[in-house]
Design a protein around this ligand. Structure first.
Ligand code: NAD
Length: 486
């Protein structure tokens, strides 16, 4: 059986403790590989390697040289596209048709986009007057922040990890990555690509393991890490924030959401149905930006519910290799337990189950997989946990509203503020509502569409800070102000 090792200082190494954990294929419940679990010793070795590499050859490269290497990393991922695709789909169970369009290409683009962007960072420079009349030149330069701890989730493993590693390296930092224990393979594979691309040893390091009392916590507790970038659940973000406070380390947190879709009677119904279907069910509902709360203007409520039901029932649930599958399994049986507990809670709370609510019949070879049905409910109270908690499964609750003010109030009623989608053909309304919804990103008549140069992040309990474009470059650098008296 294949073993997945840490990647430290340019070498694949196992854990001294010999502790291994299973990496399971969620489509059939079978063990794909054994993964080494890092103890404090491996995490320390990775952080020390990253610290040393800051002042090694990596620290001496010009921006152009770093950029050229990162383009080679992007090319390296593309050259091994099928290998990355196979690994990502085995770990997550997601359809290859999706991962080949989103996960792997974006994984490569996260290097090439930031490799270009870092060459065009605007500079600050001012001529100033001085009391003696000689004047001064005051300018600021950006320096790498140092060693960045990258902790990433399992839902879009390569995409979300490289979204952080790409800009961090482009800015001259070094990284220690702790991928999710559910999806270690593509991050492990990236070590080979880094080596082939000429990234010096120690610049990119990977340690595997779990969160609390394991590799994740050991990394956030390590005093030599200069900043943390984390994507995952809000509660985990709180824990990481506490660790980062020790030593006053900077953090960027991309956290959970319970996103609202607002569907107005003046929408283009076809677009609203298509967009809501994607936002609720793509990646088996395991997208932080997905819509789990749908609010629909009362005059079109019945039609919307009926059409969304038809769309959900047309979705094909199947394994990664099925070219017609729209949805794979959830990431694990453990996560399925959580999702199914909400399916049950919805019934207990008096929901009308419009469709789904259970486990689909799958052929024998997939019987051990983490499958669930796409599910739609109506009729729940606003304070039901099904409506207030992030479920992170293929499901949504639909509720009617009567006025624009009510729709905005409902959208803003939870402590999350990650994303929102507005469906309306009235451009004035769209601007007005977009301005009032508390969310880091608001889509109008679309979903999941974003130029990588723009900001990304959540408000309220959905995160701290923004990444994307110049905002990533801000997080991954420190400004140094230099003033020269003439
Ligand atoms: P999670 O918080 O359970 O785990 C994320 C990562 O943190 C994993 O690598 C895990 O091992 C690690 N971790 C867990 N506890 C830790 C600790 N105490 N110290 C250090 N590391 C720890 O999240 P998940 O279940 O992997 O991912 C799903 C969550 O991620 C959802 O809430 C989703 O909304 C969120 N998410 C947010 C965004 C965003 O951009 N805002 C994007 C994707 C996913």
């Amino acid at each position: 059986m294949k073993e997945i090792k840490h990647y430290i200082n340019g070498q694949y190494v196992g854990s001294v403790s010999g502790k291994l954990f299973n990496n399971v294929n969620p489509a059939n419940g079978k063990v794909i590989s054994k993964v080494h679990e890092a103890g404090r010793e491996e995490v320390d070795a990775a952080v020390q390697a990253a610290k040393a590499a800051l002042s090694g050859p990596w620290g001496k490269l010009t921006v152009d040289q770093r950029s050229a290497i990162l383009h080679k990393v992007a090319a390296g991922i593309n050259a091994r596209f099928d290998e990355f695709l196979e690994a990502e789909c085995l770990d997550t169970g997601k359809p290859k048709s999706m991962a080949s369009h989103i996960d792997i290409p974006r994984g490569a683009a996260n290097f090439s986009v930031f490799a270009d962007m870092v060459k065009n960072v605007p500079a600050e420079s001012f001529e100033m007057s001085t009391p003696d009349g000689t004047g001064a030149i005051n300018y600021a330069v950006r320096r790498p922040k140092g060693v960045i701890g990258v902790i990433s989730p399992w839902n879009l493993p390569l995409l979300l990890m490289t979204w952080k590693v790409g800009p961090a390296l482009a800015c001259g930092n070094t990284v220690v990555v702790k991928p999710s224990e559910e999806t270690p393979t593509t991050t492990a594979l990236l070590g080979e690509v880094m080596k082939e691309a000429g990234v010096p040893d120690g610049v990119f390091n990977v340690v595997h393991g779990f969160g609390g009392d394991s590799a994740g916590a050991f990394l956030t507790e390590h005093p030599l890490v200069d900043g943390f970038t984390f994507t995952g659940e809000t509660r985990t973000g709180e824990v990481i924030m506490k660790s980062a406070a020790k030593g006053i380390r900077d953090i960027s947190l991309e956290l959970g959401g319970k996103n609202a879709g607002l569907v107005f009677a003046d929408c283009d119904m076809d677009k609203a149905i298509e967009g809501t279907l994607r936002s609720a069910f793509v990646n088996c509902g395991q997208v932080c930006l997905g819509t789990e709360r749908v609010y629909v203007e009362r005059s079109i409520f019945d039609e919307f519910v009926a059409r969304l039901k038809v769309g959900a029932e047309e979705l094909r649930v199947g394994p990664p290799d099925d070219p017609n599958a729209n949805m794979g399994p959830l990431v694990s049986l453990r996560h399925r337990e959580k999702v199914l507990s909400y399916y049950q809670k919805a019934v207990d709370d008096g929901a009308t189950v419009i469709t789904g609510g259970g486990v689909p019949d799958m052929p024998n070879e997939f019987a051990g997989g983490a499958w669930v049905q796409p599910t739609i409910w109506t009729g729940l109270a606003d304070d039901s946990a099904v409506v207030t908690d992030e479920i992170f499964g293929p499901c949504c609750h639909i509720r009617p509203f009567d006025t624009e003010e009510e729709a905005i109030e409902l959208a803003n009623s939870l402590p999350y503020g990650l994303a929102s989608a507005i469906w309306s053909e009235n451009i004035t309304r769209a601007h007005r509502v977009a301005g009032q919804v508390d969310a880091g990103i608001v889509w109008v008549n679309s979903w999941f569409l974003r130029d990588l140069r723009t900001s990304f992040g959540g408000s309220k309990q959905s995160g701290i800070g923004r990444e994307g474009g110049v905002h990533s470059l801000e997080f991954y650098t420190e400004m140094k102000n230099i003033c020269i008296k003439l």
